[in-house]
Design a protein around this ligand. Sequence first.
Ligand code: NFK
Length: 327
Amino acid sequence: MCVWWYKAGMDVSGGNHRHEAPWKRMSKEELDNQYSPSRWVVRLGAEEAMRTYSQIGNEVSKRARATGRSLLNVPYGDGDGEKLDIYLPEAVSEAMPFLVFFHGGYWQSGSKDTSAFMVNPLTAQGVAVVIVAYDIAPKGTLDQMVDQVTQSIVFVQKQYPGNQGIYLCGHSAGAHLAAMMLLADWTKHGVTPNLKGFFLLSGVYDLEPIMHTSENAPLLPALEDAQRNSPLWQLETAPTRPADPACRILVTVGQHDSPEFHRQSREFYQTLCQGGWKASFEELHDMDHFEILWNLTQEDYVLTQPQVICRGWSWAHQWDLHGARQV
Ligand SMILES: N[C@@H](CC(=O)c1ccccc1NC=O)C(=O)O
């Protein structure tokens, strides 16, 4: 079942009219603006928002490591950068649920070492959290990053075959990498991970507009690179099906994210619905691109409740609190 949450005044009419994509009419300057999330924060200046992002990431990661219940820099592949951190709950069991997180930073910055945002609230509630490093550009190409993320999930499944579910979460560029896992061919890896949910925070799902921005152009040398790595494009042209039909996908975007980020999330959600995936969409009230992550450090935030993240997503009903309604 697809759940469409909307607020009064929100445009629910849009289809996937790619030929009419609004970004095609934008100047380079406007595209740069639309794809620079820090320029859209409302309570801080752009630079201050980025500084705060690093500072909070640093602090929460130190706090997460201070509990001593972590396995750090575990290799999931042969490459130097192919490492992940596993944060365990107090009561470790065979059948723990796992949340695997992919950090953002436009595929060019960020680190697992400063991205343990949701670790303490979730481990306190019995969920094991894995924070994955991947080779950001210029060391890594997008194809390599996608491959590394795939390998990291295979590693978790092989290491913890009795897991109660693997839930993927990604922020921004990390949401893109998580979304690419909807297209993964697990048969090549000899194991099908027990994927139960995708939790996509302010992501980018169509990389073509990014090719035309100054900051990101070097990432995507050709249109084929952008298309091959665009889950939106791929799902529209070659739809896939979940291995587990109960697998859920939550697509979220911050209210203060740019119009292009809103469009990307909405279109991705619609494409998922059309493809028969169990998807939900939520615009996070009064949130900017970075505050979404800061809220994930809080144990009492709606999205860090295990029943939201790891138990059948009964969370949806809680959104009534934010004035959203189901249609
Ligand atoms: N240069 C970007 C930085 C950025 O996009 C970003 C930074 C930290 C975490 C996520 C980000 N965006 C997506 O991956 C900006 O101006 O917002």
